[in-house]
Design a protein around this ligand. Structure first.
Ligand code: ATP
Ligand code: MG
Length: 269
């Protein structure tokens, strides 16, 4: 695959891999993703592609990004329009992926002025069953990935999204746990599904979410996956979210941010 980046001017980038953040609902996945991106930026990592594959689209907000104002739509919206309007039939002699890619590039990919680019996957696509777009989207993601040092995917709650195999090759998976048995079950299930559907990954990490307890930390450490520590609670996160402020502006001393940094260092970043 030839690395290319139309807007960034074909700068050659050393692509190091895709990071997936997953777990049960409300464990702090999106917050962790935003703070992880902030940490990597602090470490000089640039550019990154942040992928919000959760239909509730909160990652953009936590990063202070208003996609609508930027004129960007979700992949779901654009794909369903392409399929409904059959725009693709006008272009003969091209593969479905080659036909779809320019639309997604133009209408979905937010090319940041800062350290990250962004795409939102959206809702309709999650609801619908489109094998062709799934496959094409996988190929497009692979094509785009080479433009970024890291691609970071914030997942929706649960495990179903894994079956779509949009990302087939992952460097590290971070499963964010809440203080429940179901959270541990989720970790086991998503690990198994990734194996079953042939998603390659190098490391599968457990991270205690902000509601985790010391007792559960001991339990997490007994799991067959490496436990990296707990995200500290910081009430300013709820305040920032409520006010629609970016977590990139959270004070550096925030216990949550400091703990995410420690976790990332343990994971080798
Ligand atoms: N470290 C933290 N300290 C305090 N509150 C937090 C922390 N992390 C997340 N929260 C709060 O928990 C809630 C859920 O966080 P977040 O949206 O990151 O979770 P999620 O796992 O992405 O949720 P969903 O499954 O809905 O996507 C938010 O209201 C947020 O303010
Ligand atoms: Mg989320």
């Amino acid at each position: 695959m030839i690395p290319y980046h139309r807007a960034r001017g074909n700068v050659l980038v050393e692509h190091r891999g895709t990071i997936v953040v997953t777990g049960r609902g409300g464990t702090g996945k999106t917050t962790f993703t935003a703070l992880m991106a902030r940490y990597l930026h602090e470490r000089g990592v640039e550019p990154m592609l942040l992928v919000d594959s959760d239909p509730d689209e909160s990652l953009a907000e936590m990063l202070g990004l208003d996609l609508e104002a930027e004129g960007k739509r979700s992949i779901a919206d654009v794909l369903s329009e392409i399929l409904e309007e059959r725009k693709m039939t006008r272009m003969t002699g091209m593969t479905p992926t080659d036909k779809i890619e320019p639309f997604l590039f133009q209408e979905c990919l937010y090319e940041g002025r800062g350290f990250f680019d962004f795409i939102g996957v959206g809702t309709k696509w999650i609801e619908g069953c489109y094998c062709l777009p799934d496959r094409s989207l996988g190929q497009i993601m692979e094509m785009w990935s080479s433009n970024y040092v890291y691609v970071i995917v914030d997942s929706p709650a649960g495990v179903e999204h894994l079956n779509r195999r949009i990302t087939k090759k992952v460097k590290d998976v971070f499963n964010i746990l809440d203080p429940s048995k179901k959270s541990f079950d989720n970790a086991e299930r998503s690990h198994k599904i990734m194996r079953d559907v042939d998603i390659e990954f190098e490391n599968y990490y457990l991270v205690g979410g902000y509601r985790f307890t010391a007792t559960l930390e001991a339990e997490a450490a007994r799991q067959p996956y490496r436990y990296l520590g707990r995200v500290e609670s910081d009430e300013r996160i709820a305040e920032f979210n409520f006010q629609g402020r970016s977590l990139l502006e959270l004070p550096d001393g925030s216990p949550a941010y400091q703990s995410v940094k420690r976790i990332m260092v343990k994971a080798g970043y």
